[in-house]
Design a protein around this ligand. Structure first.
Ligand SMILES: NC(=O)c1ccc[n+]([C@@H]2O[C@H](COP(=O)([O-])OP(=O)(O)OC[C@H]3O[C@@H](n4cnc5c(N)ncnc54)[C@H](O)[C@@H]3O)[C@@H](O)[C@H]2O)c1
Length: 495
């Protein structure tokens, strides 16, 4: 949501640190308050994990990162915040007291969300002066990667707060799920808790070890859950007659005492020891950091595979990437249209950590990637969008000449300016110049020839009259610009 500029995080344990990382990666400055002296170190480690995961998740450009700032008091943290996420321990009295304080010290227009896993929002907001702006925003660990966030309002929540939080979370690449009925545990934790109880019983009753219980999930149902959930999966298990047949066949078994449901095994010292000991053996000495990275890499592998299917969380990832490209393609949809008589500044980014070579500098192949993104920014400026690509076609790069001028280091910001050297209905001859965003120094240039290719025939074709008109207009607007020094160059053969 455009009115949100600064975020505050109250309580930066596992979940608060995950939120802080997601906010920072999306360009928001974050003020954090947590009385624990170790909280800052842990939050910065989480941010490093999140950066690593983000590099692997998508090739979409990373924009300007936000900054983390730890402050000594809650009042200081929320004073200038537009969005506040509370993540203190799951104790109702503590949360109610914190939310009252947040409400007193936050700006009047700020939204306030709690990460509670299951406490009722009506009870949490009861002591607040302005309860209309409060809601539950329940995330899943790791918050910087998992898209789901459950939204639940209390009796006093203004529906507009739910809508605003929905838009904000979606802009961070998340999938907000509105839990319309206020209920302990919301939707996801009710399901997870039922499974967790049964898993504990299976270990308690010596039916299986912790590792065997995990295998029973990850080699079977867990793989299906990642994209179909429970109901769609069982629909298929019912064959051609679908859910009706599935219920007829397996419905009666629900009455058999297969599960213990509400019974909970007593968490005696002996049982806790048994669970912890088996869990240690399962981890086989792997560190927390190694397991977190393995978890993140596997989540990324699943989301990327689902993106190729345009399904479930893969659809969310694809939509997020579209937004990241649109954000990076500055000038597209900007309030003031760019001056088309000058080279256009349509694309900017940051040198990602995976783009660097052994000298800590941007490696060669990634220059082409950045210039390719700049060409996409130009064609999108000229009116080529997803609908145009599907019905008409798009511009393909036929030829590129790169010249390297200066190096740029890891995480440094850059922008690209683009000049049209020639253009007609079928081709765009252009010149990109990459600049360092802080020093403005030119870093590299790319001269490219783009050809318009028809979506159906795969052959070079004229662009639509509308797009062709924009190409010609831009060519004419820039006709008076001097030819760049590097344009038209080729590597000379020594005589
Ligand atoms: N861990 C999960 O998987 C998970 C998932 C979703 C939601 N949640 C919810 O998120 C919230 C936080 O859970 P967590 O797992 O991050 O717990 P945690 O114990 O890791 O972190 C809680 C943090 O709150 C801090 N804190 C304590 N008192 C505070 C105060 N007065 N002001 C500010 N900070 C204070 C603690 O120092 C600690 O760093 C809980 O409501 C929990 O139910 C947890």
């Amino acid at each position: 949501m455009s009115s949100i500029r600064r975020c505050a995080v109250i309580g930066a344990g596992v979940i608060g640190a995950g939120w802080a990382a997601r906010f920072v990666l999306n360009g928001f400055d974050v003020s954090i308050h947590d009385p624990q002296p170790e909280a800052e170190r842990r939050a910065r480690a989480t941010l490093a994990n999140a950066m690593r995961a983000r590099e692997r998740l998508t090739l979409a450009p990373i924009g300007k990162l936000g900054e983390l700032c730890f402050v000594a008091t809650l009042a200081e943290a929320v004073r200038d915040a537009d969005f506040i996420q509370e993540n203190a321990p799951e104790r109702e009295e503590l949360k109610r007291a914190l939310l009252r304080d947040i409400d007193v010290h936050a700006p009047a227009a700020a939204l306030i969300a709690s990460s509670t896993s299951g406490l009722l929002p009506s009870r949490l907001q009861a002591g607040m002066e302005h309860p209309g702006r409060f809601l539950v925003g329940h995330p899943f660990n790791p918050v910087y990667l998992l898209p789901l966030v459950e939204l639940c309002g209390g009796r006093a929540t203004d529906p507009a707060s739910i809508d605003a939080a929905h838009d904000f979370y979606a802009s961070l690449g998340m999938h907000p799920l509105h839990v319309r009925k206020e209920i302990d545990g919301f939707v996801a934790d009710r399901l997870l808790e039922a499974l967790w109880r049964e898993a504990l019983w299976l270990v308690h009753d010596e039916v299986a070890t912790v590792s065997e219980v995990d295998d029973a999930i990850r080699y079977g149902a867990g793989l299906r859950w990642a994209f179909m959930g429970t109901f769609l999966t069982y629909r298929l298990a019912g064959g051609e007659a679908g859910m009706r047949h599935f219920l007829a066949q397996f419905g009666p078994a629900l009455k058999l005492p297969w599960t213990k449901l509400m019974d909970v095994p007593e968490l005696t010292e002996d049982f806790i020891e048994k669970l912890a000991d088996q869990s240690d053996r399962q981890a086989a000495g792997a560190s927390l950091e190694a397991l977190e990275q393995k978890r993140d890499d596997c989540l990324i592998a699943i989301m990327q595979a689902l993106r190729a299917q345009d399904f479930a969380s893969g659809k969310t990832l694809a939509a997020y990437e579209e937004k990241l490209f649109a954000d990076a393609h500055r000038g597209n949809g900007a309030a003031t249209p760019p001056d088309t008589s000058q080279p256009l500044r349509l694309h900017e980014g940051v040198v990602r950590t995976e783009w660097i070579d052994y000298n800590n500098h941007l490696t060669e192949s990634r220059y082409l990637q950045a210039f390719g993104d700049a060409s996409d920014a130009l064609t999108s400026f000229l009116g080529v969008d997803a609908a145009y690509r599907a019905s008409n076609g798009s511009f393909y790069t036929a030829e590129t000449h790169l010249i390297h001028l200066r190096e740029i280091a890891c995480l440094e910001p850059f922008f690209v300016t683009t000049q049209i050297l020639h253009g007609d209905e079928k081709r765009i001859h252009l010149f990109h110049l990459m600049h360092h965003a802080r020093t403005q120094e030119p870093l590299a240039s790319a001269e490219q020839m783009l050809l318009h290719v028809d979506a159906k025939t795969g052959r070079v074709s004229a662009a639509s009259p509308e797009v062709a008109k924009r190409v010609l207009a831009l060519r004419d607007d820039q006709a008076g610009l001097p030819a760049p020094a590097q344009a038209g160059r080729a590597i000379q053969k020594r005589k």
